[in-house]
Design a protein around this ligand. Structure first.
Ligand SMILES: Cc1ncc(COP(=O)(O)O)c(C=O)c1O
Length: 386
């Protein structure tokens, strides 16, 4: 049997990882400025994370949600403390799309309404509702098409107000990334997030903060939406939550009341996933990784801004993007093959940096040096061809 070919891949086989580094099957070392797509939060194979998972595995990996699972409560408590949302309620699931799917469904149950507002360049996942609120027609199958989703321009408060003025009483939810990831690292304006909060309050809609990529400390705050100083009603999370162990969740404000069987899952919240997620929070706290994300992120952004050939350096903490001109279109590929550095991208011309929150300043400096070297080589080659 062959694999179903879903991704264009790099011909590299990673067999080992530690901290911000991975190694291939030929023993070659790579600096991971991509974090396996924003997933690696505390660093690859962190010893505390490995130990917690191993210890849990020896005892019990899984039992269904039909019994008490105390480690879920421990996780909820720790998550409440680190995120500052102690009065929220946690529902655990398995992936970012599933988290958004559940958040949207819950908003519809809560309000009894059908319409959802989403924004241009959004990405919320590939399952039915999550993909319906994703602004990319290539991902939406005919069966996912719906008239219930209204797409508005991102960061356009005027358009948002006009939409609510017309259809506010039919809107169940507004879903928004605090920093758009797949869309190219676009930071939501604080005034825009405040307006979403105000309009949702005024019209009885639910504010859903998709924190799957921009959450879990990556921005320097636990949720990047928190920069606006207002709370969302539901936060969705995944990627960094398990540092590579599949675990996701939504946290729900206290005014939204749970009813049995509206949400459900077989694997969500299993013992092993909770052990991994707890280990992540313990390390984020103990090693002060949100502070590190701020410090190393600032170094990177400042250094990037000094490089004249790239532009529009943006982002928060260790979620950074910059535009690459057409003549440097091979930059990402050359960083990988010449410098052994993984980075992310967003089409058509954005390089995305999503490293572990434990990235060391020294590694960030190495990255900047490597980047400058590759830019110089490409610029020279361009001049020679001119
Ligand atoms: C903002 C955002 N939401 C949702 C998702 C979907 O997450 P998953 O791939 O775990 O389903 C992603 C994945 O990239 C994402 O970036």
């Amino acid at each position: 049997m062959n694999l179903f070919d879903v991704y264009p891949i790099n011909e590299i086989t990673i067999v080992k990882a530690k901290g911000s580094y991975v190694w291939d099957d030929k023993g070659e070392q790579y600096l991971d400025m991509y974090g396996g797509h924003a997933v690696i939060s505390i660093g690859h194979t962190h010893p505390h994370w490995v130990k917690r998972i191993e210890e849990q595995l020896e005892k019990l990996a899984f039992y269904s949600n039909s019994v008490r699972i105390p480690i879920q409560q421990q996780l909820a408590q720790k998550l409440g403390k680190l995120s500052g949302k102690e009065d929220y309620q946690l529902f655990l699931c398995n992936s970012g799309a599933e988290a958004n799917e559940n958040a949207l469904k819950l908003a519809s149950f809560h309000t009894g309404r059908k319409k959802v507002v989403a924004f241009t360049k959004s990405f919320h996942g590939r399952t039915s509702l999550a993909v319906a609120v994703t602004d990319n027609k290539n991902y939406v199958a005919p069966v996912n098409e719906t008239d219930n989703v209204i797409f508005l321009p991102f960061n356009d408060t005027k358009a948002l107000k006009a939409c609510f003025a017309g259809e506010g009483k039919e809107i169940a939810a507004v879903i928004v990334e605090g920093i758009q990831g797949v869309g190219g690292i676009n930071v939501a304006d604080e005034s825009f997030l405040k307006a979403i909060r105000t309009l949702c309050d005024e019209y009885g809609a639910v504010y859903i903060a998709d924190s799957v990529q921009c959450g879990y400390g990556r921005s320097g705050k636990f949720f990047s939406h928190d920069f606006a100083g207002v709370n969302a009603d539901i936060y969705t999370m995944a990627k960094g939550m398990g540092n590579g162990f599949p675990v996701a969740g939504i946290i729900v404000a206290p005014h939204i009341k749970p009813k049995h069987f509206q949400l459900g899952t077989t694997f969500g919240g299993n013992h092993l996933a909770c052990a991994a997620a707890l280990a992540v929070l313990e390390i984020i706290e103990e090693e002060k990784l949100m502070g590190n994300a701020v410090m190393v992120g600032k170094y990177l952004r400042d250094a990037l801004e000094e490089i004249p050939q790239i532009s529009n350096v943006r982002g928060r903490g260790l979620m950074i993007g910059f535009d690459v001109p057409e003549e440097l279109k091979d930059l990402k590929r050359n960083l990988l093959w010449n410098q052994k550095i993984f980075t992310g991208e967003a089409k058509p011309n954005v390089i995305r940096l999503l490293p572990s929150l434990a990235l060391k300043k020294r590694d960030a400096e190495d990255f900047i040096e490597a980047l400058k070297e590759e830019i110089a080589l490409l610029t020279e080659a361009e001049a020679a061809n001119a």
